[in-house]
Write a new protein. Structure first.
Length: 151
């Protein structure tokens, strides 16, 4: 289980951590995806078993690398902003003098930061999906839909 609650390791409102397979093919919470997304092993198109199942060619993988590279800095910036807003929320909640108005304003900032990160992740994912054939897209969706126990 990931750290739930306010500032408890996994951040505000986090539930279960995704499996490594989930992060490889794009499932999981923003925190967990981002922490793995920026590392080479989680780039699912670089995983040899996923690449083999999808029958990716080297040109596709190179174009996906380019999409990832073009989005990496922005995703990292948005992720760091989310972490900062969650940390601020945690501090606000632990303050000696609780101010409900400030807490709810900070929750709004966390929600906005999370939404911006999600939008950027989806945008990159859509760009990457455009590099796949319809058959590869269907196979990727099939892999994503498999229960974790089958992976």
């Amino acid at each position: 289980m990931g750290g739930g609650g306010f500032g408890g390791g996994g951040g505000f409102g986090r539930s279960a951590m995704p499996s490594p397979r989930d992060t490889m093919i794009g499932r999981g919470t923003p925190d967990n995806r981002m922490s793995h997304l920026l590392a080479t092993p989680s780039r699912w198109w670089d995983d040899s078993s996923v690449a083999k199942e999808l029958r990716l060619d080297s040109r596709q993988q190179h174009r996906m690398d380019d999409v990832f590279g073009a989005n990496r800095d922005n995703l990292l910036k948005l992720y760091k902003n989310l972490q900062q807003e969650e940390s601020s929320l945690s501090k606000t909640i632990r303050a000696k003098d609780l101010d409900e108005g400030q807490i709810f304003q900070q929750i709004d900032r966390v929600t906005e930061a999370r939404a911006e990160l999600e939008k950027a992740e989806v945008h990159m994912s859509l760009q990457i999906r455009k590099e796949l054939s319809p058959e590869q897209t269907a196979k990727l969706d099939e892999l994503r839909d498999q229960p974790a126990t089958q992976q």
